[in-house]
Each structure stands twice: as C-alpha cells, then as structure tokens.
Design a protein around this ligand. Structure first.
Ligand code: ZN
Length: 156
C-alpha cells in the first residue's frame, strides 16, 4: 500500500504538468472572436486590392470596427512581437502552442509588451487605422508553422 502511495505521489507533479499542458493547448487554440464587431469586410484569399485595384492575396480577414474598440486575444499565448511599420501599422503577434500564431494589424493602441503571457479573451490593444489601411478595422491573421491559413474555421 505504502509503495503504491509513494508511486502515486511521485507521479503527481507529472500529472499536474500534463494537465497544465492540456489546459494550455486548449486555451491556446485560437477561438475567441477578436473584436466586439462581427462585421466581416474582407475574407481570406484572393480579392481586388483596395489600393492597386489588382487581384492580390489577402492573408487574413478584415473586421470593420470602431476606432478605439477593444481587441481581444483569440487564445492564450506569449506576445512575441509588438511593432509598427508602414504596411502593418501598429501590430501584435501572439505565439500559441502547436505552431500557431495570431496577428492583429492596424491598431491605434497596444496595451501589452513583448514577453507578456496573456489569457484567451484578454484585451491587448485597440482597433485603429494605422499602416496600409483604408478605414478603421482589424486585420486578423492565423499563421500555422509559418503559413497563413483561413482564420474563420478557428473562430466561434
Ligand atoms: Zn486585411
């Protein structure tokens, strides 16, 4: 009996670790809609580029939303990029388990820092119109093992 209890006790940390890993892979899978607005203005795939009028590949979805509306993390993870450039505007990249990342572009404000661990649904910034953008909206992307994929099947 004692030997059995000893054995069980030895396995407790391992079981806890496994439970935590399972919990993280569930909460770390993107599923939370990242804005209050559910107004899709552009889908993933080929479309007419609003700037050039030519067919181009759109690597994410656009959600029309009010400037200053909160942007929510689609899943738990680590903030790996907080940056700004002429194309993305102010943007955030979150690393999730199993090679998944979520990208949030054209923000007006960012309320997290690189290295932060965030929860699913946590507010990470505000909707904006920065970078290559024709109006206030969130461009949302999911990258799996370095390749952009359609985020809609992931979202509720
Ligand atoms: Zn877009």
């Amino acid at each position: 009996m004692n030997a059995m209890l000893d054995e069980m006790e030895k396995n407790v940390p391992l079981t806890l670790k496994k439970a935590k890993q399972t919990e993280y892979s569930i909460s770390g899978t993107p599923s939370e809609w990242p804005t209050l607005s559910k107004r899709l203005t552009s889908n993933f795939g080929y479309r007419t580029d609003p700037f050039t009028g030519r067919a181009s590949f759109h690597a994410g979805i656009d959600i029309g939303a009010k400037e200053g509306d909160p942007v929510y993390a689609a899943a738990a993870g680590e903030i790996i990029t907080v940056a700004q450039d002429n194309s993305h505007g102010k943007y955030i990249v979150i690393q999730h388990p199993e090679g998944l990342q979520s990208w949030y572009l054209h923000l007006s404000k960012i309320s997290v820092s690189e290295g932060d661990f965030i929860k699913k649904g946590q507010t990470i910034g505000k909707v904006g119109n920065t970078g290559r953008s024709t109006g206030s909206h969130l461009h949302f992307e999911i990258v799996k093992n370095g390749k952009t994929i359609d985020p809609l099947p992931y979202l509720q």
